[in-house]
Design a protein around this ligand. Structure first.
Ligand code: PLP
Length: 395
């Protein structure tokens, strides 16, 4: 008999992917410009020019067997040296190349980290709203996802709720800021308080509680918003970084894990990361992309385009009468559904060719996620549809 668990996972597409498939079907029926697809977090801003120039340069000037050969399992040393130097320079945090493990993006980073940390029956706190794949990754590590709702209204961390959720089975908490799907950036004071709570529990139990920072949106923030570097706040931290959004390279699958050198038994944790990568069959991250990262780590996306999209969408929806969470980062607007059942609301939205993602799979009810990493034109053209949808509920 095959694995029933895996069969079930394969047969149940994610809610977001299901909408994406519907979108393709609808576009072929009525034309792409008539469908307002806000479902996927696929960056619409091209990768910085330097990325393509670097790829061309590498192809023209590097020995093919090196360029396309295996790197060491943990990743190319020069690439890891560049990343660790940049972390020192950007965040004032001292880290060495042997704290960095190159991966195929944040998804792989999370999967490897959870497998490295968890024993069967351990609990991992995930803060709702959360990236739906967290449940899958935690369960794949034989651990139990423990969902904790963020604070009503501003969707900042509910520290009391986190405190109540912690027990002696708690192995880790995943923090994703800027957040998908809410666009919220967690405040430094709250993270400092969280650090105190985790330290308190760890010193009582003698076992560390790890903080896993899932950071694909670190560079995508608007205005003067500060995204604290959590390893500076809490020692038992593991950063899961990805270039999917910062360099607009989601299909290239490149990112890294940084195990804080200040973590308890840091070198053992790093060894467990190497072991989990090995057990998962990650031989090494894509070599060409590792060499690209060595030249392009630290480049920022063209934030002004996302900001223009955010301003147009947020302001237009506010004017119509929708209520949204203040969007400080990432490229998602999290808007209150106009009826308690967000899935039913999204079905109604389809009548106006608006494709939105109901919040249920993010672990919270009553919202929709609107991914605004689309063209400015699409947002502009969709506003009358949002207005008609609103009017249907407010006749
Ligand atoms: N974590 C969050 C919060 C995400 O939004 C995503 C992708 O959208 C990922 C992880 C996975 O990113 P990657 O493409 O780097 O695997």
């Amino acid at each position: 008999m095959i694995s029933k668990k895996m069969e079930a996972l394969g047969k149940k597409p994610s809610a977001i992917r299901a909408i994406f498939e519907y979108s393709n079907k609808r576009k072929s029926e009525i034309g792409a410009d008539k469908v307002f697809d806000f479902s996927l977090g696929n960056p619409n801003i091209p990768a910085p020019k330097k990325v393509n120039d670097t790829i061309i340069n590498l192809i023209n000037n590097t020995e093919s067997t090196t360029l396309h050969g295996y790197t060491s399992a943990v990743g190319d040393l020069k690439t890891r040296t560049v990343i660790s130097n940049n972390i020192k320079n950007r965040f004032g945090f001292n880290v060495e190349p042997n704290n960095i493990y190159m991966t195929c993006g944040a998804a792989a980073s999370l999967e490897i980290t959870l497998k490295a940390l968890c024993n069967p029956g351990d609990e991992v706190i995930i803060l709702a709203p959360f990236f739906p794949e967290y449940r899958v990754f935690v369960e794949n590590a034989d651990a139990i996802p423990k969902e904790v709702l963020c604070r009503e209204g501003d969707l900042q961390i509910d520290l009391d709720a986190v405190k109540n959720a912690i027990n002696n089975k708690t192995k880790a908490i995943i923090i994703n800021s800027p957040n998908n799907p809410s666009g919220v950036v967690f405040k430094e004071e709250a993270l400092a308080e969280l650090s105190g709570i985790l330290d308190g529990f760890s010193s009582n139990s003698g076992e560390p509680i790890y903080l896993i920072c899932d950071e694909p949106y670190r560079e995508i923030v608007y205005g003067d918003i500060n995204v604290p570097y959590i390893p500076n706040i809490y020692d038992n931290t593991i950063v899961c970084y990805s270039y999917s959004k910062s360099l607009s390279l989601p299909g290239e699958r490149i990112g890294y894990i940084m195990v804080s050198p200040k973590a308890t038994d840091s070198s053992d944790v790093y060894a467990a990361v190497c072991g989990a990568g090995r057990a998962s069959g990650y031989v090494c991250a894509p070599s060409l992309l590792q060499y690209v990262v060595a030249e392009c780590d630290g480049l920022n996306p063209d934030i002004e385009k996302y900001k223009a999209n955010r301003d147009l969408l947020y302001n237009s929806l506010c004017e119509i009468g929708y209520e949204s969470v203040s969007p400080d980062g990432a490229f998602y607007l999290f808007t209150k559904s106009l009826e308690p059942d967000a899935a039913a609301f999204c079905e109604k939205a389809k009548k106006y060719e608006l494709l939105l993602v109901p919040s249920d799979s993010f672990g919270i009810k009553g919202y929709v996620r609107i991914a605004y990493c689309v063209s400015y034109e699409q947002i502009k053209n969709s506003i009358p549809a949002f207005k008609a949808l609103f009017d249907e509920y407010n006749k």
